[in-house]
Ligand binder design. Structure first.
Ligand code: HXC
Ligand code: NAP
Length: 293
């Protein structure tokens, strides 16, 4: 099976301008690359302008597309407003906002300072709110329609998760924002969706979340029923579909792409997977013998 294959046809995003927060690294960079290959202009934003400028050169050379790098810390509304302005000045309009930027650290919650907790909430929830509000107001003001906001959450947005509590709290808020505005702002011609990725190896997330030999100790692929981690192109395929006109009737949805990981943790009897095939005859006989007793 070739799950690294590119899904959409070459011009699927032609004429669209897409803003990707955190577009200079990890999954943001992978999605940016594919959007460019599909004909979109892409604005990549993060705190580190040198990194963004290097990625612009790399991706323009690789794809022949147009990239605008903009320094913007999503925690600060004035910087976000300046980013909206710079994007519109460069490309005339913006069609898609992809809220991808995030911060996270693993820690017992009682070890976190109030400022540490706030830092994650501010990047993930407040940052997504800042970008969404700034673009939403802009589109409403200009009476521009057919706009898309795509938010990257996690599967623990609805299950919660120990040891990443600020991130789980913030991602749950982002999911609520997604579903709420999918209804409220549909009348302005906007639609809102989210993607909940399972484990997709990236330097940013994995070096921080599983430092040192924790990567070997907790092999995340083993937690996935499909027994592998995600490929960046698989996520890029889904994101490209969700920001394209092909998904025009998809609104307020969160699509999980995790190989079945979170459900494996949830199903009460899923641990029976540990039982070897040859034991089932014996177990069935034992269960049947209880009939009528
Ligand atoms: C506890 C920590 C900490 C840690 C920093 N702090 N690191 N506390 N454990 N590991 C505390 C600091 O002491 C400080 O509190 C406060 O947090 C802010 O720290 P700063 O260094 O000033 O913050 P900043 O420079 O803004 O950096 C943000 C960051 C950083 C989140 C801390 O890691 C970052 O830039 N991350 C971006 C990349 C990232 O995290 N990607 C992962 C996304 S993956 P005090 O009280 O001392 O002032 C994801 C889902 C993955 O979201 C799911 C995978 C399966
Ligand atoms: P990553 O490589 O660490 O990317 C995070 C990005 O956010 C970086 O480009 C970073 O750029 C940017 N960023 C951080 N703080 C910012 C701020 N204050 N303002 C603006 N930009 C900021 O992580 P990733 O793995 O690609 O994650 C991408 C998204 O997928 C995140 O939303 C994450 O929660 C989600 N996710 C990832 C996984 C996974 O397995 N990788 C699983 C579930 C969900 P700068 O440092 O230059 O600012």
């Amino acid at each position: 099976m070739d799950y690294k294959k590119k899904m959409l046809r070459d011009d699927a995003l032609k004429g669209k301008t897409i803003v990707v927060t955190g577009g200079g690294s990890g999954l943001g960079k992978a999605m940016t690359t594919y959007f460019l290959e599909l004909g979109a202009n892409v604005v990549i934003t993060s705190r580190n302008i040198e990194k963004l400028q290097a990625v612009k050169i790399e991706l323009e050379e690789k794809t022949g597309g147009n990239v605008l790098p903009v320094q913007c810390d999503v925690r600060h509304y004035d910087q976000v407003e300046a980013m909206v302005k710079a994007s519109v000045e460069e490309f005339g309009k913006v069609d898609v906002l992809l809220n991808n930027a995030a911060g996270n650290f693993i820690s017992p919650t009682e070890r976190l300072s109030a400022n540490a907790f706030d830092t994650i909430i501010d990047i993930v929830l407040k940052g997504t709110k800042n970008c969404t509000l700034a673009f939403g107001k802009h589109w409403i003001d200009k009476k521009e329609i057919d706009k898309v906001v795509l938010n990257i959450v996690t599967t623990y947005a609805w299950t919660g998760s120990a040891y990443v509590v600020p991130s789980a709290t913030a991602k749950a808020g982002v999911l609520a924002l997604t579903r709420s505005l999918a209804v409220e702002w549909a009348k302005y011609g906007m639609r809102f969706n989210a993607i909940a990725p399972g484990p997709f190896p990236t330097k940013g997330a994995w070096d921080r979340l599983l430092p040192g030999d924790l990567k070997e100790k907790f092999d995340l692929a083993k937690k996935v029923p499909l027994k592998r981690v995600g490929e960046h192109q698989e996520l890029a395929n889904l994101a490209a579909y969700l920001v394209s006109d092909f998904s025009a009737y998809v609104n307020g949805e969160v699509i999980t792409i995790d190989g079945g990981e979170w459900l494996k943790g949830a199903g009460q009897m899923n641990m029976l997977e540990e039982i070897p095939e040859e034991m089932w005859d014996m177990l069935e006989a034992m269960i049947r013998s209880k009939k009528g007793k």
